[in-house]
Each structure stands twice: as C-alpha cells, then as structure tokens.
Design a protein around this ligand. Structure first.
Ligand SMILES: [Zn+2]
Length: 193
C-alpha cells in the first residue's frame, strides 16, 4: 500500500495515508479550528497623517494654484483650485478605502492578513511556528506621527527583500505599543530581548 497523498510506501497495511501526510493534515485541521481572535491590527486612516505623507504633492498643488492666481486669470485660478481639491479628495478616499479593508488578525496559533482594494485582494496566513521575525519599519514622517509598517517574516523569506511567505501591514498607529501586544500574543517577547 502507498500513501494516497504523497505516494510514500506505508508501514502499516491498514492505513490510507502516511504519518507525514497525517501530521500535515492534523496541523491544518488544528489551524482551521483556531478561530479565537486575540488581536486585530488595522491599517489606520488619519487625515492629518495622509496630509503629512503627501506633503510635497500638496505643496506643489498649492504653488500651482497660487501661480494661477498671480498670473491673473480668475478662470484658470478657479480651475487650478478645483483640480487641486479633487486630487486631494481622491488621495484621501483611496487611503481611507485601503485602510478600511486591510487588517491582520492574530489567533492563538496563526496570523492572517487580508487586504482588498479595487485592483486586487490578498489573503495570507502564517503559523507562528513558521514565523522568523517581526519588525517595524518607520519613515521619518511615520515616526513623527507614531505610525509604522509591521513586517511578518516567515521562515524562508529574506528580511528587506520580498516577503515570500510573510506579509506587511502598513500605517499602523501607535506602532510600538501594537508591536508589544503582537509579541505578547505570539509569545515572542523573550526571544526579542
Ligand atoms: Zn504521504
């Protein structure tokens, strides 16, 4: 008899699948049963932060509008202002939509990442036993606002490179305290220090 899943030779005659496949199956079943939400980490939408993030763009739009006003034509000045406002409203709306649909849920044994926007949707699950590291990335502006991106690296993925099996949630508010909560749920806090 051979294993129905991987084809390995079976030691016992009365079995359908081998021990390895049985373990993998058990593990998967355990993960499916793991539905108690311990912590939800959300991408935060905060207007003041989005405005800070797009500071250069806002600056350019304002300059362009001022330029139109100085150049004297009222019609083009109004047009410039309208375009500037529309661009900013689109940016805010997109950021709001992405933030609303992006979250990480931490369960007892696994973490799931879901993100949806108009173009694509992502669903990823990582077992804590497969986690290699969790790190926070902050740009200067994120630091000032207390925001940060949290990266979950699974084993086999290279920090700094593409997140092979892990995921990243961007723009988490109060990122340092959220990070502490994450480490407590996962039970990595001793390893980190
Ligand atoms: Zn097998």
């Amino acid at each position: 008899m051979r294993c129905k899943i991987c084809g390995a030779k079976l030691a016992k005659e009365n079995a359908d699948i081998c021990l390895n496949c049985y373990k993998a199956y058990q593990e998967e079943e355990d993960l499916k049963k793991d539905i108690e939400e311990k912590l939800i980490v959300k991408r935060r939408y905060k207007i003041s932060y989005v405005l800070l993030k797009y500071f250069e763009l806002i600056f350019i739009l304002t300059l362009a509008t001022l330029g139109c006003i100085v150049s004297g034509s009222i019609v083009s000045a109004i047009l410039c202002a309208i375009i500037a406002v529309i661009v900013m409203l689109i940016i805010l709306a997109l950021n709001k939509m992405i933030a609303r649909n992006t979250k990480v849920i931490l369960y007892t044994k696994k973490a799931t990442y879901t993100s949806k926007n108009i173009f694509f949707s992502t669903n990823k699950t990582v077992k804590y036993s497969d986690l290699k590291d969790i790190t926070v990335f902050q740009t200067y502006r994120q630091k000032r606002a207390g925001f940060g991106d949290i990266c979950f690296y699974a084993k086999g993925s290279i920090p700094g490179a593409t997140l092979l099996n892990g995921f990243q949630i961007k723009d988490v508010e109060n990122v340092n305290s959220v990070m502490q909560q994450i480490l407590e749920v996962i039970g990595l806090e001793e390893n980190k220090k």
